[in-house]
Design a protein around this ligand. Structure first.
Ligand SMILES: O=P(O)(O)OP(=O)(O)OP(=O)(O)OC[C@H]1O[C@@H](n2cnc3c(O)ncnc32)[C@H](O)[C@@H]1O
Ligand SMILES: [Mg+2]
Length: 197
């Protein structure tokens, strides 16, 4: 790779902010250049959705790029809504997500509300080339919303080991334990190895 920047194809400004912050830290910082391209998202497993999106993004930008897909998976629902969380958030919101789990739990209890946030980064070296996948997962619980409601379902996800939701915690803390951070650490290793080639 000729320089230290990578094209990130996303229309989500919150994702972009976090990815830039996470990749700017470390021994070899990586610059992120955004291209906002509307890429259709297929149905399927998180990996299938991620691969198809990145392959289409590489065609659209005509070169190497990364894309990212975030799923929120409920244990009681065997992993759903998963990659479809965006549409559930849009249509039922924080309160609706909580209500979906009320039948699995006792009032005030976290048991039955287990969930995991799954981040899937996909890297394409260019149009028509094999897409590589890098996953990161953070376990937690779905709780009644607390904190700012600026980013997706942040206010309704409390990661294990914390009493705060993602939305309540300092963004710097979220960026050291998040699903996105964990996936990016794997992607970072790959991008750095490419640069040594
Ligand atoms: O252009 P792309 O990258 O696809 O951006 P998007 O907003 O469509 O994102 P996804 O398809 O991956 O859908 C993921 C949904 O989860 C939300 N989301 C993603 N990361 C999150 C995080 O760290 N905390 C809370 N919500 C998040 C996001 O706002 C979407 O509603
Ligand atoms: Mg999307």
């Amino acid at each position: 790779m000729p320089d230290k920047s990578i094209v990130f194809v996303t229309g989500n400004a919150n994702k972009l902010r976090e990815v830039k912050a996470i990749l700017s830290i470390g021994d070899v910082p990586i610059d992120v250049v955004n291209q906002e391209v509307d890429i259709p998202e297929i149905q399927g497993s998180t990996q299938e959705v991620a691969r198809a999106k990145c392959a289409a993004a590489a065609q659209a930008v005509g070169g190497p790029c990364i894309t990212e897909d975030t799923a929120l998976c409920f244990k009681a629902l065997n992993g759903l809504p998963g990659p479809y969380i965006k549409y559930f958030m849009q249509d039922v919101g924080h309160a609706g997500l909580n209500r979906m789990l009320d039948g699995f739990t006792k009032p005030g209890s976290l048991e039955g509300r287990e969930a995991w946030a799954l981040c899937t980064f996909a890297y394409s070296p260019g149009p028509g080339q094999e897409v590589l996948i890098f996953e990161g997962k953070t376990d937690g619980h779905v709780v009644p919303a607390r904190g700012p409601t600026t980013f997706g379902w942040d206010a309704t996800f409390q990661p294990d080991g914390f009493t705060e939701t993602y939305a309540e915690m300092d963004p710097k803390v979220k960026n050291t334990i998040s699903h996105r951070y964990r996936a990016l650490e794997k992607l970072r290793v790959h991008l750095q190895a490419l640069r040594k080639e």
